[in-house]
Design a protein around this ligand. Structure first.
Ligand code: BG6
Length: 481
């Protein structure tokens, strides 16, 4: 891999400690970092290089998926340098420029520079334009910009942000992180059907009833109330992660694949999502907020009692929707999506439900629909549910068969994504068209929420969400899996 500088803005923040340093270390252990790389950490606090390196070491002890090897550690830490940095002060960019060049000279690195922005959203365009103004991003080698979500807070702000970034970086130089695209099972979707013609043969209009995508969490708002109370589940999870899962599922598992001459693109799918008008949003969307309850035997407070949350907050911590995709591959097959905090379990999965034979067609009792379940987290697996006759009762019973690779040593999403960014592969990053169209679809819903056109349903922490969500499904016919 090419020699490069990796400039990390926000190096004293939570994401760097929990995800980025451990990911870099595990890539290093796997020989997937460039042999020569200068990693510059930037943060507001004053810190020496040594202090910074010991923070990196601490984070590995706490969060690395593999144990820290004493022997390999010094050479890894030696790649790191620190620079106290105030993004609003132009002098700071000059100092940074000097440091980048000094390290490039010391290590014989050409001017290949990757800028990773893990900073408050309000700083992204400022840093980008100052990188340009200071000349840091106008060098001879290549440049890349990796940006964390949120990418804007609505359609207009996202467009404005993109416009600013695009004056400094070309689209192919911008890597918008959606860490759900880094999850191994999500990446697997891309080739699953090609690798398993058996699956392809069952994915067709006659047999699929609906698709359900769930991302449920047991955690609450944690210490992120300031951000979350403005974002809500719709901006935090739906506009990005869930719509990316819809795009990945619908473009890589399309029904009638063989009849489709051109591969279905993710943008084809997001472009084909039927818009939901804000006045009709109540027919397609359920939004909710958690009340006090119990998670794994421990009492937890309701959302409004969380530190930093306004006690009259109408913010959504739960979101579910029925979505129609007006594309030949999926026309007539509804997608149901839902996500929530403080739910009964942590689970992300895609369930494809097949049509089931009518109960009385051959005097058969106890039939349930066949299901194909792609489990994304906490474990990764593919399961199939079929009906088997139970000799004792002479009724059918649903039974499961489960396939998994049995690998307990899966790379984390951030390892896969960082590795791709380092080698210039943007396949699993969100491109601008996808982001823009996701915001476009979400925008009327944001307005419906803001104008209070939808009720906010309360649900007890530790439950499966508001009961009213069942009304999104065909009444009496379907259930949430
Ligand atoms: C983040 C959201 O993007 O994804 C968090 O900001 C959420 O609120 C997290 O908890 C969920 O990610 P994962 O990988 O744990 O499902």
């Amino acid at each position: 891999m090419q020699k490069m500088s990796f400039v990390l803005f926000g190096a004293t923040g939570d994401l760097a400690q929990r995800k980025l340093f451990p990911a870099l270390y595990n890539l290093y252990l796997d020989g997937k970092l460039p042999d020569t790389i200068s990693i510059l950490g930037l943060g507001r606090a004053e810190r020496s290089d040594k202090e910074f390196q010991s923070k990196v070491e601490q984070s590995l002890g706490l969060y690395s998926r593999r144990p820290v090897h004493a022997a390999s550690l010094p050479a890894f830490l030696e790649k790191f340098r620190y620079c106290a940095f105030d993004a609003t002060n132009m002098d700071a960019y000059d100092r940074l420029h000097e440091l980048i060049e000094t390290r490039e000279d010391e290590l014989g690195i050409p001017q290949n520079r990757l800028f990773y922005l893990s900073v408050a959203p309000g700083l992204v365009d400022l840093i980008t334009s100052n990188l340009h103004a200071s000349g840091i991003s106008q060098q001879d080698g290549w440049k890349r910009l990796v940006v964390e979500k949120p990418f804007g807070t609505d359609l207009e702000t996202a467009r404005a942000l993109n416009h600013k970034l695009s004056t400094v970086f070309a689209e192919e130089e911008i890597y918008r992180v959606d860490h759900y695209l880094g999850k191994p099972m999500v990446q697997n979707l891309k080739t699953l059907i090609w690798a398993n013609p058996l699956l392809e043969s069952v994915l067709n209009h006659q047999q699929i009833s609906n698709v359900q995508i769930t991302a449920s969490e047991t955690v609450g708002v944690e210490d992120r109330a300031e951000y979350y109370d403005k974002a809500g589940a719709i901006r935090d999870m739906v506009q990005n992660h869930l719509l990316q899962l819809v795009m990945m599922t619908a473009s890589y598992l399309p029904v009638n694949l063989r009849k489709t001459t051109d591969p279905v693109q993710k943008t084809d799918i997001i472009e084909s999502l039927e818009p939901i008008m804000k006045e009709l949003a109540h027919q397609h969307i359920v939004r909710g907020q958690y009340e006090p309850g119990e998670i794994e035997g421990t009492s937890v407070v309701g959302y409004k009692e969380e530190a930093g949350v306004d006690d009259s907050s109408k913010n959504d911590t739960y979101f579910a929707a029925r979505i129609s995709i007006d594309h030949p591959s999926w026309r007539g097959i509804p997608f149901y999506i839902r996500t929530g905090k403080r739910m009964n379990e942590k689970s992300t999965q895609i369930v494809i439900e097949f049509e089931s034979p009518a109960e009385d067609s051959h005097g058969l009792q106890g039939l349930s629909p066949n299901l194909l379940v792609l489990e994304i987290s906490p474990n990764e697996s593919i399961s199939l549910r079929v009906n088997l006759k139970d000799p004792a009762s002479d009724r059918f019973k649903p039974v499961w068969t489960k396939f998994s690779t049995d690998s307990h040593d899966q790379p984390e999403a951030y390892e896969l994504l960082l590795h791709d960014a380092l080698r210039g592969n943007s396949t699993f990053f969100a491109d601008w068209k996808e982001v823009e169209l996701s915001w476009k679809w979400t925008q009327p819903l944001l307005e419906a929420f803001q104008e209070d056109l939808l009720p906010l349903h309360l649900y007890p922490a530790g439950s499966t969400g508001p009961a009213v969500v069942n009304e999104l499904l065909l009444p009496g016919k379907l259930e949430w899996w």
